[in-house]
Ligand binder design. Structure first.
Ligand code: SF4
Length: 498
């Protein structure tokens, strides 16, 4: 992944400020609760939702098992349709390919469709270093870009901003980027959308190069698919002469027919819509008969991005993260995300999916990546809503194991083991003590009575290594009377037998 987030502190430290920011928490609570309720209603309308979910999971698993074959098939289909396919092993290579392609057109500006893959590679920053200005055209991405901010949600990157804050960003920043915000701009949704529309229109008409990602790639036809709600994507995909699409290799599906499943599950899981407002599909630069299309680019480049995906695929438990269709339903139900916000995850992929995807794409060896698998209460709400049934809690536990075994590398390059020996030794000692006590009922009873009698002196928090655990919770109080004594007193008989 790109180095944009290099040096991020571990999740608890990164989240500390966010959890004390009442405006941020209010914005997040309001937005996630609204989307959550709408999604639940949209999903409940579909009688065969469970079957669709299972079908999506099966299609993705089958594709990942035969990824090599389908990628070659895709390359052949795209090439036959007049496109050019490039392979990028990592973020730097992808950025270099894109920058060279833009420079070859002689242009110094590009318009962009919202794309997680190019955020992952840090493409905008890489292009800027080459003297190329990238304009985000998705409304939320525009807000993030104008505010010199970072995205905090997969679907709604500016979810941490309220309307008043957006109006202020437009007022102060739009002038610098071309057309200024209209005088007296209010914070009504219509006024803000109109300001963005006017700001972007001349960029659409002027741009000769468009850059996109894709939600899906169809191996059998070489077709790419972008789903969006605003229509800006359609403009970027059809108006510029050159289109460059940067897409993760896991976004492939074998056949056109497979889209039938995802075009039902994705809109309901993400924006809670029955059908997606704008679904753009393109196949190279020509139609199936080889005749040039009236709309769309004259030159098309597809950059296939690995960037840690084949390593992820090699992990039998962790590979299910590659099924993700980026709907963001797991973010909207996550109690940790709702309180910490997206920035604390130190990646363009926040929330539960970020907690399992980023450490796998980047490795679990930095402080932020080693902490992400712990950024969860393991409540399982993310698994319940995932339209491709990714068992996120299972992967989180699996990654925790990897973190403990592998340790982390600090910013200064020192390797620190996460005290596995100490942690495991303490656990083993506790288990040995429990086995000893449970094997001696008399000693257990004496210990329980002693604990009850001295309960007033017991601490409510743990010292030493247990301190972090009890920082946010109290130990349960010891009862005044042990259970066995209570049972004997109220039911009679030895050890409670009546
Ligand atoms: S993990 Fe599942 S719920 Fe979360 S974004 Fe991906 S597909 Fe959606």
């Amino acid at each position: 992944m790109s180095g944009t987030f290099v040096g991020m502190p571990a999740f608890p430290e990164a989240a500390r400020e966010a959890v004390h920011d009442t405006t941020l928490r209010g914005n997040l609570r309001h937005a996630t609760a609204t989307i959550r309720a709408k999604r639940a209603k949209a999903v409940a309308e579909v009688a065969d939702w469970a079957a669709l979910r299972e079908a999506g999971k099966q299609i993705k698993d089958h594709t990942l098992r035969h990824l090599d074959r389908y990628l070659v098939q895709l390359e052949e289909a795209v090439t036959a349709a007049g496109g050019t396919v490039h392979w990028a092993a990592d973020a730097d290579e992808a950025n270099r390919i894109v920058a060279d392609l833009v420079k070859a057109t002689g242009e110094s500006e590009v318009v962009k469709v919202k794309s997680m893959a190019t955020q992952e590679t840090g493409l905008n920053e890489a292009l800027e270093a080459e003297g190329i200005r990238a304009y985000e055209t998705d409304l939320a991405e525009l807000i993030v870009q104008l505010g010199k901010d970072r995205p905090s949600h997969i679907l709604v990157p500016a979810i941490h901003r309220n309307r008043g804050e957006i109006r202020d960003i437009f007022r102060s920043e739009m002038g610098e980027w071309g057309r200024p915000a209209p005088d007296g701009l209010t914070d009504t949704p219509a006024a803000l959308a109109e300001a963005a529309r006017l700001h972007l229109r001349e960029k659409f008409l002027r741009a000769k190069v468009g850059i996109s990602g894709a939600n899906f790639m169809v191996a059998e036809t070489g077709t790419l698919v972008v789903v969006e709600s605003e229509g800006n994507g359609r403009m970027c995909l059809t108006l510029p002469e050159t289109l460059i699409s940067v897409v993760g290799i896991e976004k492939i599906v074998p056949t056109w027919r497979d889209l039938e499943v995802f075009l039902q599950t994705l809109p309901r899981s993400s924006t809670a819509e029955r059908m997606n407002p704008y679904t753009s599909m393109w196949t190279g630069t020509s139609d199936v008969d080889g005749a040039a299309t009236a709309d769309g680019p004259r030159t098309f480049h597809l950059v296939l991005l690995d960037n840690g995906r084949t390593d992820t695929l090699a992990d039998e438990v962790g590979r299910q993260a590659l099924r993700c269709i980026r709907c963001s339903a797991c973010l909207n139900v996550c109690p940790v995300y709702e309180r910490a916000g997206g920035h604390a995850y130190g990646s363009v992929y926040p929330g539960p999916i970020g907690a399992i995807l980023s450490p796998q794409l980047r490795g679990t060896r930095s402080e932020i990546d080693a902490s992400l698998p712990y950024a969860s209460s393991l409540c399982g709400a993310c698994y319940e809503v995932c339209p491709v049934a990714i068992d996120i809690p299972e992967v989180l536990v699996h990654l925790r194991e990897r973190v403990v075994q592998g340790g982390v590398v600090t910013e200064r390059g020192a390797k620190v083991l996460l005290k596995p020996a100490k942690g495991h030794a303490a656990e083993r000692a506790a288990m040995r003590a429990a086995r000893w006590a449970f094997g001696r009922p008399g000693a257990l009873r004496a210990g329980q009575r002693l604990a009850s009698r001295t309960r007033r002196f017991h601490p409510r928090t743990l010292p030493g290594p247990g301190k972090a655990w009890s920082a946010s919770r109290e130990l349960p109080p010891v009862p005044a009377e042990p259970f066995r004594d209570w049972w004997q007193r109220t039911h009679g008989g030895k050890d409670g037998a009546k």
